[in-house]
Design a protein around this ligand. Structure first.
Ligand SMILES: [Cu+2]
Length: 160
């Protein structure tokens, strides 16, 4: 008889442990939940309609860029930097032009956190990346030649 009681206590303990674990998994999922960001250009201008968006630090972000432009000249991408630094933006912009259209005007550079391919007018492109761990402001911009100085925005990373 004592064995049976002990077994019941052990079973209960295991069940409680399992519940506790499930709860902490839920907390983890809530903190690291996927976030969707949707960007478009502002008509046929060299600007994003959304010049800022917020994500949680370390979260999984799916960024969709829908090129709603109708002018054939309005080809765009979205390049996210690891900084909010003008010097990094200038360097990546210049290197992007060198990299050329075959590289979607995206160069190899340590200051690039993530980048979409080029989106032709009417085309939608999407990327998934992990948001920076460090809260703060991060620049995104378009590396299509001539667009960088105008076509920019800020990704705000918030404490998760
Ligand atoms: Cu552009």
């Amino acid at each position: 008889m004592p064995y049976r009681v002990l077994a019941s206590v052990l079973t209960l303990a295991l069940l409680l442990a399992a519940c506790a674990e499930a709860t902490s998994d839920d907390d983890y999922a809530a903190t690291h939940r996927a976030q969707d960001v949707h960007l478009t250009p502002d008509g046929n201008t060299m600007q994003y309609a959304q010049t800022a968006f917020s994500v949680k630090a370390g979260s999984t972000v799916t960024l969709t860029f829908e090129n709603t432009a109708t002018s054939s000249a309005m080809v765009h991408n979205v390049v996210l930097l690891t900084t909010d630094d003008d010097a990094d933006l200038q360097r990546v912009s210049q290197a992007g032009m060198q990299a050329g259209v075959d590289s979607d005007y995206v160069p190899e550079d340590d200051a690039i956190h993530a980048a979409t391919p080029l989106a032709q007018p009417g085309e939608t492109v999407s990327i998934t990346f992990t948001a920076p761990q460090e809260p703060g402001a991060y620049r995104y911009f378009c590396t299509f030649p001539g667009h960088a100085s105008m076509m920019q925005g800020t990704m705000l990373v918030e404490e998760s």
